[in-house]
Design a protein around this ligand. Structure first.
Ligand code: FEO
Length: 395
């Protein structure tokens, strides 16, 4: 795949990682891209690099446009290793005059690469550099995705180079939003937000407001993962606004793990009750659904119903994993309930109730427990429990 021109003199020169399937716990069945951008003006600027192992691909794409040795500045918008893993190799090849980053970015680069002698130039929000005919304004975006993160805005082209912001994991051969299936595009964007950024939603709201107040026109958004938003940049900005405000719809996720299928029977009956109440339900056994796909559904759901059989006086391992992951990403303002079958102690549903309380979710009531195998009457109770969840969702 060739370098792609986005705006006159500005090119995508990144790399495709078709093989990556796990991104620190997030499943990436479609792989990802590490986008980097080259601006060729009186000064030549490279925005971000790529993960370790992908430097030859990046340098080959740059070489289609210009000799990499002619790059003057490397802008490090984000220090995470998917964007800087190849930085030492690129610096060796380019010998840049400046490495431009935020103050936190410099500290993080030093902590990663221990190179005191790199030509750092620290920038802050509102600072601008000229490349000759173009001006690049920097906007610090702390915690989108790390403390070091910043956006670079090319004023003359109204182009926002947004590192992790507005990204998604998809190693598509297409480079632009209007060239791919729109349903899949927004699903992957939601999955990315739910699994990478959800925890930082309050800060993302502030960052979006800051960009609004700066009154910068945005004609195109070029993130470091996935496609470039050239046709509808407002579509992804509006989606991020909704997701960061944690706007939820009348939907419930029933996520569970079962041992001898009793908890599964309960889950099915609870889902039936939710559906009968007129609420959309996603039934997600953890034996079949990855934690990151559950999070994607949780993103815009009003309710989460957790189910686990009791194993060794505790939760089923996949449910413990799910709770750890969910707690870290901290979806807020949910209605929640717990259930599960048990043999003697019956600890798992109680542990789920404790979790619901710790997350400050609105509880549907005490957990629903069934001893060993549910009777038809037990399953009727589960359906009723589901209806109650559904009624609370509808408010
Ligand atoms: Fe794509 Fe936070 O790195």
């Amino acid at each position: 795949m060739q370098a792609t021109e986005l705006k006159k003199g500005i090119y995508w020169v990144g790399a495709l990682d078709r093989g990556v399937r796990d991104f620190h716990g997030y499943s990436t069945p479609l792989g990802t891209t590490y986008n980097a951008y080259l601006l060729v003006d009186e000064k030549v600027v490279l925005f971000d690099t790529v993960a370790k192992g992908f430097a030859p691909e990046l340098l080959a794409r740059i070489s289609e446009i210009i000799d990499p040795g002619k790059i003057d500045y490397i802008v490090v918008n984000h220090v995470e290793l998917d964007h800087t893993g190849s930085l030492p190799e690129i610096i060796e090849a380019v010998n840049p005059e400046k490495i431009i980053c935020s103050n936190a970015g410099k500290k993080a680069l030093l902590a990663h690469f221990h190179c005191e002698d790199w030509p750092y130039e620290v920038v802050a929000t509102g600072q601008t550099i000229s490349t000759g005919t173009k001006n690049i304004k920097f906007i610090e975006t702390k915690m989108i995705h790390w403390p070091d993160s910043m956006f670079s805005y090319v004023e003359e082209d109204a182009l926002l180079i947004s590192q992790d912001g507005f990204g998604l994991h998809w190693a598509t051969d297409e480079r632009f939003d209007d060239e791919v299936d729109q349903g899949q595009l927004m699903r992957e964007a939601a999955k990315y937000y739910a699994n990478i950024l959800l925890l930082y939603s309050p800060l993302i709201q502030k960052a979006l407001q800051k960009i609004n107040q700066m009154e910068i026109k945005i004609d195109m958004i070029a993130p470091d993962h996935g496609v470039i938003w050239r046709s509808r940049p407002d579509k992804i900005v509006n989606a991020w606004d909704e997701w960061s405000r944690q706007v939820a719809v009348d939907k419930a996720v029933v996520v569970y793990d079962t041992m001898w299928r009793s908890t599964e029977l309960m889950a099915n009956a609870i889902a039936k009750g939710i559906s009968e109440a007129g609420v959309e339900v996603k039934l997600m056994p953890l034996s079949q659904y990855h934690r990151s796909d559950v999070m994607t559904e949780v993103l815009d759901s009003k309710a989460i119903v957790f189910g686990s059989a009791t194993l060794n006086n505790g939760l089923m391992p996949r449910m413990a994993d799910m709770l750890t992951y969910l707690k870290g990403l901290r979806p807020a303002g949910k209605i929640a309930a717990a259930f599960g079958s048990y043999g003697w102690g019956g600890e798992a549903p109680r542990l789920l109730d404790t979790f619901i309380s710790e997350m400050k979710y609105e509880s549907v009531g005490e957990c629903l427990r069934v001893n060993y195998v549910p009777t038809p009457e037990n399953l009727d109770t589960c359906v009723e429990f589901g209806r109650k969840v559904g009624e609370m969702v509808k408010g």
